[in-house]
Design a protein around this ligand. Structure first.
Ligand SMILES: Cc1cc2nc3c(=O)[nH]c(=O)nc-3n(C[C@H](O)[C@H](O)[C@H](O)COP(=O)(O)O)c2cc1C
Length: 375
């Protein structure tokens, strides 16, 4: 990593890292082993705290600290319907029955009975997780799916933590910088997983701009104040070189790190990310919020149905039996396989540290090769 600091001195200084590569916090995928492997390789590894209890977050932080002395981050959603969980009793009966009807079409496949009931309200886990992060003085708080407010950022700064805020619009980028975020991540629509908005948009088509168009605009808006990191569809060193050429300070990758040895993703998921047809689509059918996933029988049936998803993350709760059974059966059609639009370029399932090293080496090669095209 000897020449890496030259790639992005500003970002690397702010976060105390050697390589301008951030691994995204990813619920169910980014545990302590993945975060530690990325941080040990010089990037910023990030633990996903979504849906973890305070005790689980604390235990995972301790595991990372045992595995690395390098800086790392802890990520959580700040979506208004997740931070203040929606009361399930307020959901219209027709929304519940319409959504359950689609899932009932698939339940017989796993011998599951039909369901018509509404799920229980989700527990309030986000605020407890934030308190653990502050008490633990995590090196980096990675905020997403909602702009962190100034008072929250101040609390992290008071204990010496840096704050990285992921946004999908210019307004949110400006708000995050105004509120005191140390780094802004610009998330393009190519991104795998959920859109980084604090509220839900009506239509998938209303969710944001491409990485290529969003990143330069965010740089123009806030790049003089904070480092800007590009996210969405980036899977290799060509992507890092391209984003540095646009003026970004670094990249954040999700999908590439799902298909690594240390990720918690199931084997069937890693296999689907690295072989065969990898068309992606935006759906709210799995969780209730718009997310990019591999196209499947479920995404197609959900879209045809024109059913309305339950709010917050209650759609996931309503379908927990179905999606859980699919996961157990290694079924790749009836569980969310989050993937960015760059997924078609993934090859193999390397270690996460190798991914960081390879991306940096390839970007350095591209940027130093005035002929342009590296082999
Ligand atoms: C499996 C998966 C889970 C994700 N979970 C989270 C999450 O818990 N918190 C978050 O901030 N972003 C999450 N994301 C979105 C990423 O932060 C990021 O925007 C995206 O992965 C970047 O695009 P890429 O996947 O094309 O690299 C997730 C992405 C994936 C692929």
């Amino acid at each position: 990593m000897s020449t890496a600091p030259s790639l992005s001195p500003r970002l690397q200084k702010v976060l105390g890292i050697d390589a301008p590569v951030l691994q995204s916090g990813m619920g169910g995928v980014a545990g302590s082993a993945l975060a530690a492997a990325v941080s040990n390789a010089g990037g910023l590894g990030v633990l996903a705290a979504l849906r973890l209890t305070a005790d689980q977050v604390e235990a995972a932080i301790a595991e990372i600290r045992t595995a690395t002395d390098a800086p790392f981050g802890v990520n959580i959603w700040l979506h208004e319907d997740v931070r203040n969980p929606v009361d399930a009793a307020t959901i219209d009966d027709e929304v519940v029955s319409g959504s359950q009807a689609v899932m009932n079409g698939f339940r017989p496949r796993f011998d599951l009975p039909s369901r018509h009931d509404r799920p229980d309200s989700d527990a309030d886990l986000v605020n407890a997780a934030l308190e653990v992060m502050i008490a633990q003085r995590v090196p980096v708080f990675s905020a997403a799916i909602g702009v962190p407010e100034a008072a929250l950022i101040d609390r992290f700064h008071e204990v010496g933590s840096k704050v990285v805020a992921m946004v999908a619009t210019l307004d949110d980028a400006t708000q995050a910088a105004d509120n005191g975020a140390d780094v802004v991540v610009a998330q393009g629509t190519e991104s795998g997983g959920h859109r980084s908005y604090g509220t839900k948009h009506d239509r998938a088509g209303a969710t944001g701009s491409s990485t290529l168009t969003l990143v330069p605009q965010v740089i123009d808006a806030v790049g003089d104040r904070v480092p800007v990191v590009a996210a969405g569809g980036i899977v290799d060193g060509r992507g890092l070189a391209a984003m540095l050429a646009l003026g970004a300070d670094g990249v954040l990758l999700g999908t590439r790190f799902v298909a690594t040895k240390e990720s918690l993703a199931a084997d069937v998921y890693k296999t689907r990310l690295t072989t065969g047809d990898r068309t992606t689509t935006l759906t709210d059918g799995f969780t209730g919020q718009w997310a990019r996933v591999l196209t499947s029988e479920f995404t197609e049936r959900w879209e045809e149905s024109e059913a309305t998803a339950l709010p917050g993350l209650l759609q996931a709760s309503a379908g927990r039996d179905l999606f859980g059974a699919a996961k157990k059966a290694h079924d790749d059609q009836l569980q969310p396989l989050y993937a960015g639009a760059g997924v078609g370029s993934l090859k193999g399932i390397p270690g996460a540290g190798e991914v960081v090293a390879q991306i940096v080496a390839e970007a350095e090669d591209r940027l130093s090769n005035t002929g342009g095209r590296a082999s």
